[in-house]
Ligand binder design. Structure first.
Ligand code: ZN
Length: 77
């Protein structure tokens, strides 16, 4: 496979740029499992993902509700 170096650079730049933006609900959902596991264990790792999820949950009642509901369900189960 031939990788075009300038295309690769553009892709990497796009990936890095994404890190600075708020996540969408879909992006949060794809990492929420891990986040919830850590919440239940009581130790949230200081990863960029967790930071973005924290930020998103502070801004998005929908995701916060879903997150809290799953945590409640797991704790009660
Ligand atoms: Zn959301």
């Amino acid at each position: 496979v031939n990788v075009n170096p300038s295309l690769l650079k553009t892709t990497l730049r796009a990936l890095v740029a994404t890190q600075d933006h708020e996540w969408t609900c879909d992006e949060v959902a794809s990492y929420l499992d891990r986040y919830i596991e850590q919440r239940i264990e009581g130790t949230i790792e200081a990863t960029p993902e967790n930071k973005l999820i924290d930020e998103h949950l502070g801004l998005c009642p929908e995701c916060r509700e879903e997150c809290e509901a799953v945590i409640r369900a797991l704790r009660n189960g």
